[in-house]
Ligand binder design. Sequence first.
Ligand SMILES: O=P(O)(O)O[C@H]1O[C@H](CO)[C@@H](O)[C@H]1O
Ligand SMILES: O=c1cc[nH]c(=O)[nH]1
Length: 234
Amino acid sequence: MTVHIGAEKGQIAETVLMPGDPYRAKWVAETFLDDAELVHEVRGMFGFTGSWKGNRVTIQGSGMGMPSMSIYANELIRDYGAKTLIRIGSCGGMQEHVKVRDVIIAMTTTSTSTPSSTMFRELNFAPCADYSLLSAAVKAAKSVDVGVHVGGIYSSDTFYSERKDLDEQMQRHGILGVEMEAAELYTLANRYGVRALGIMTVSDHLLTGEALPSDQREKSFGDMVEIALNAAFA
Ligand SMILES: O=P(O)(O)O[C@H]1O[C@H](CO)[C@@H](O)[C@H]1O
Ligand SMILES: O=c1cc[nH]c(=O)[nH]1
């Protein structure tokens, strides 16, 4: 057990899917896993372990924002021995060709800061996805009937941004979508030599103002889950 994860060591699988929303974790576990078991619920940030096509997998909520993601990813990697961590999130679309409900597979992620920024000081570290997971996800996405985009995303510290100028710079530079956790997940995976990838469904759009309601963000993003599970065990 750790401070934030109440499971015993053997109850967490080496492969972990991480939605921000703990209720998306519950939906994914109940919808996609066989024999899903709630292995802890410290702070209501559910962790479920079960199997998918005979492969053991844990679904662990990360909470919102990089400080929260950092706590769960650190404990999963350093205390539970997680080797493959895939964020299954929602994000805001930032390009015209990226539509609501499309899926974004994040190759790299840009940020103004992560919990590791103070350590890097003047270094602009470039957090990048694990290539084996990235290429497996791109391949898996071909069997799913959804628009898929592969490229850079923006991991922001704010949901309600006061810096529209930054959003514009991201858009000018081809950034596909904005979310709030992947940069820290990639940075920790890069540091500890494990595999990480972020797969996000577009839940709203910065250019059009469209937005899906919370129940759909919780319970309807199955395409990205299919892609994530197939990539994890490719
Ligand atoms: O839907 P999740 O996975 O939480 O991801 C996105 O949604 C939250 C904001 O609503 C942030 O955590 C952001 O990254
Ligand atoms: O972090 C997020 C998630 C969804 N939509 C946004 O605009 N930002």
